[in-house]
Design a protein around this ligand. Structure first.
Ligand SMILES: Nc1ncnc2c1ncn2[C@@H]1O[C@H](COP(=O)(O)OP(=O)(O)O)[C@@H](O)[C@H]1O
Ligand SMILES: [Mg+2]
Length: 253
């Protein structure tokens, strides 16, 4: 039976004039022994600070490739990616790594936590890479664990948590360096429906309450419906870019 889950849409996003992400004629070709595969065929879009955007498309359409480039984990074959006013073409590997650490928080489908480390240790990790002093790391991680309502699990190993709890740890971890942008690739893809809504609500509150720019990648309309704008990719081309359809609900039978 359809269950109308109310989304926190009463509260509109605070979108500023500042463009945090701009891609121009972005092309990606993978080279392998079998030949070249043209995966992104010239993408163009801009994302303003404070937007909550979903990137949708069927499997193989180029969503993860796009996310890797936006996250400065990979570079385009041609075209420009301007992140917070800086053309990433002009940055060295080291500079790119610095930008990645300071400006972007990542959330992955498979959570990517260290299974044998505690919740606290996992959340603190980006602070170590980002050279935060130990006491600050500890203090920030403790606050973030509270934010995702896992304070009574702080000393549990990641492997002892449910999928939804693990993804909330990953959300806390993504905030450790206080990034302006959160990139989430199929963040609910490994979760049962009843844990999906909660994770999406935490992401929504980061956008609405903290003004984080959020880009969520999904092939599920019900997930995209939490965002305000949907960019649809098909075979490496943007086929639509406009307001998200907010009237798609999970079936919680
Ligand atoms: N490292 C790679 N080498 C060659 N082809 C790749 C590589 N990564 C992805 N691809 C191909 O690029 C296309 C888009 O992949 P991807 O961006 O992962 O799509 P999506 O996330 O939308 O499912 C697919 O056809 C995939 O096989
Ligand atoms: Mg993918």
């Amino acid at each position: 039976m359809a269950n109308n889950i109310d989304k926190p849409e009463e509260k509109p996003p605070k979108i500023s004039d500042k463009i945090v992400i701009e891609v121009k004629d972005l092309v990606k070709t993978y080279h392998s022994g079998a030949g070249d595969t043209l995966v992104l065929k010239g993408l163009n879009f801009q994302i303003h600070e404070g937007e909550f955007v979903s990137i949708m498309g069927p499997s193989g359409s180029g969503k993860s490739t796009t996310m890797h480039i936006l996250g400065a984990l990979d570079t385009a074959t041609s075209g420009d990616y301007i992140l917070d006013g800086v053309n990433t073409k002009d940055l060295s590997e080291d500079e790119l790594a610095g930008v990645r650490s300071r400006k972007i928080g990542f959330i992955f489908q498979a959570f990517n936590l260290l299974a044998h480390k505690t919740v606290l240790e996992n959340v603190m990790l980006p602070g170590m890479y980002g050279h935060l002093p130990m006491t600050l790391r500890h203090q920030k991680a403790t606050e973030l664990i509270k934010l995702v309502k896992l304070e009574n699990r702080a000393h549990h190993r990641a492997s002892q948590l449910s999928g939804g709890q693990q993804q909330r740890v990953a959300i806390a971890r993504s905030l450790m360096m206080d990034p302006a942008i959160i990139l989430a690739d199929e963040p609910t893809g490994n979760l049962p429906t009843d844990q999906t809504d909660e994770v999406l609500r935490f992401l929504t509150s980061l956008n609405r309450d903290q003004g984080k720019t959020i880009i969520i990648i999904t092939h599920e309309p019900a997930v995209a419906s939490y965002s305000d704008r949907t960019i649809v990719l098909r075979d490496g081309v943007i086929t639509s870019d406009g307001p998200a359809n907010r009237n798609v609900h999970y079936d919680c039978a």
